[in-house]
Write a protein that binds this ligand. Structure first.
Ligand code: HEM
Ligand SMILES: *[C@@H]1O[C@H](CO)[C@@H](O)[C@H](O)[C@H]1NC(C)=O
Length: 500
């Protein structure tokens, strides 16, 4: 018996003390980070250091869906100690990014993006630097014919290499991702530096592998953006050092290309490509005191055009092949439509699009269901703002949950089924639905939207015109659940391609 009549066993009481101090600590921590006096959007508890991570898991799409049914369309999570407001549903995202565009078009510092573009470029910049550069790049791309026939020719020229390459691999099980990636990257190469690369060029393949690695890493950005100190650990568990080496290599390649272009300009042998046009602009601006047009900025933009310009389009096309293989009847309907409108000999062009409503509906449905950039790219509030009754402080990271829009059963009944009819009216004409937002909305809207749409249409209809896609006998059926990196990437799979 102890003097106080309490039979407290030391070995029990110590853990108890620990546990209760931990609880007190967490409560205090929550009180401090959640600043209840400023009326932030609600959300799950935040733990010291790791924030809401235990409630999110590795693929955060489903956990976010559950949180939104519990806390509403606007809620707060903590990635580490970083506060993130998640926007869910079409109305909320539109209200923020379109109606309150000015306040919601910032970008938070994303450690990895900064590593990749060195703080230059468009994607990771903001303010007047961003808007000046963005509108210039858009102007240049427009002059190259974004949305016009000149651009179509550049894409079709590349497709003329793509079809025979795919034909080499018919009748045997094939994972088509690499050949698509190569071809789409080449379209970007034609636009940025005026030439294509041979599909078998080892330097080209090596280059694409580096891009793959950075995209993958960006997807795990969770970890790295949260815990920047992890990069100081010995070894290279998070492959940050590898990324740095890759980036250094790419930068030196781009510098070499820029030098080549400068020489060509000097000798009056310039080609019509992005680097040349940008170099001319640097020249025009060189007497100005403060200019955002520099070679470093050019280097950053090339890096982005390449990465952003290849990844989204090739991933979407890969999903299209998966959906077509899984839905033979839909695939046949597309093919019949193309045969009737164009035949087998002529190459599909943009001018044919009005006659290819079902085909276009399939592309839109692919973009919805594949949901290639499910969480967009994070934004930041540029000033304190009150939104839907809540207070969001300046610099808060804003995550647009595009997945919540594309999987909303109120907008798309049976959202996980591939149903192109959603985009067709009773007469079989295309309905363009505002709620399909794979390129996001507002002032930060994807800068390559019109290029991407043209590529998707041309590649898709050419593939269906020339080939038939089947499930590969003896291989598992392709998984419709992708792996979430920055983009929603199909897991490795095989299909069988038959030539017509
Ligand atoms: C199907 C293909 C594509 C998809 C689904 C896609 C999607 C997106 C999304 C969701 C964003 C984020 C927008 C935001 O911050 O709210 C974005 C940004 C961007 N995209 Fe795309 N994209 C595609 C193709 C392209 C292409 C072909 C290019 C190159 C010309 C491109 C260049 C960019 C750039 C530079 C940004 C950053 C814009 C900024 O921060 O102002 N994208 N894209
Ligand atoms: C890039 O990743 C995709 C998808 O995982 C893969 O199929 C492709 O082969 C990779 N590309 C290279 C060059 O390794």
């Amino acid at each position: 018996m102890t003097p106080f009549g309490l039979d407290l066993d030391i070995s029990v009481s110590i853990p108890l003390i620990w546990l209760s101090s931990l609880i007190v600590l967490i409560l205090c921590y929550n009180y401090l980070v959640k600043e209840p006096w400023i009326n932030l959007p609600p959300g799950p508890p935040a733990l010291p250091l790791i924030g809401s991570l235990p409630f999110l898991g590795l693929d955060i799409r489903e956990p976010l869906r559950r949180m939104s049914s519990r806390y509403g369309d606007v809620f707060t999570i903590y990635l580490g100690s970083k506060r993130v407001v998640v926007l869910n549903g079409y109305d909320v995202i539109k209200e923020a990014f379109v109606i309150n565009e000015r306040v919601f078009s910032g970008r938070p510092p994303i450690y990895l993006l900064r590593q990749i573009t060195d703080g230059y470029g468009i994607t990771s910049t903001h303010g007047s630097f961003w808007s000046e550069q963005r509108s210039h790049v858009m102007r240049v791309l427009h002059d190259f014919g974004f949305g016009r026939p000149e651009l179509e020719e550049r894409i079709l020229d590349e497709i003329r290499f793509f079809v025979p390459e795919l034909r080499k691999q018919i009748n045997e099980p094939l994972d088509p991702q690499l050949v698509i990636q190569k071809s789409v990257a080449n379209t970007m190469a034609r636009i940025t530096f005026g030439k294509r690369m041979n599909y078998n060029n080892p330097a080209f393949v090596n280059y694409l592998r580096m891009m793959n690695r950075s995209i993958e890493l960006l997807g795990n950005n969770g970890i790295i953006t949260l815990f920047p100190f992890l990069r100081y650990l010995p070894g290279d568990l998070f492959r940050i050092k590898r990324l740095r080496q890759d980036i250094q290599y790419l930068n030196s390649e781009y510098e070499r290309l820029i030098e080549e272009h400068k020489l060509a300009v000097m000798y009056g042998q310039e080609s019509a490509d992005f680097i040349t046009v940008y170099l001319n602009k640097i020249n025009e601006e060189k007497d100005k005191q403060m200019t955002s047009f520099t070679e470093k900025q050019l280097r950053g933009i090339i890096m982005e055009l390449f990465a952003a310009g290849s990844e989204g389009t090739s991933t979407t096309l890969t999903w299209a092949i998966i959906y077509m293989s899984l839905n033979q009847d839909i695939q046949s309907r597309c093919r019949a439509e193309i045969d009737a409108a164009i035949g087998r000999d002529e190459i599909p062009r943009m001018q044919h699009r009005p006659q290819l409503s079902f085909t276009e509906a399939c592309i839109m449905e692919t973009q919805r269901l594949a949901d290639v950039v499910p969480l967009g790219i994070p934004h930041a509030a540029t000033e304190d703002v009150s939104f839907r009754g809540y207070f969001i402080p300046k610099s808060t990271m804003i995550l647009p949950n595009l997945y919540s829009v594309h999987m909303d059963p109120k907008l798309w009944p049976e959202p996980d089924h591939f149903k192109p009819e959603r985009f067709l009216d009773d007469d079989g004409k295309v309905i363009r639905r505002a709620e399909l937002i794979p390129f996001s909305v507002g002032g930060r809207l994807c800068l390559g939207e019109s290029l991407a749409k043209m590529e998707l249409f041309l590649y898709f209809s050419v593939m269906i015109q020339n080939f038939q896609f089947h499930l590969a006998p003896g291989y598992p059926v392709p998984d419709t659940q992708g792996k979430l990196a920055l983009t929603n990437i199909p897991k490795p799979f095989h299909v069988l391609i038959e030539s017509r």
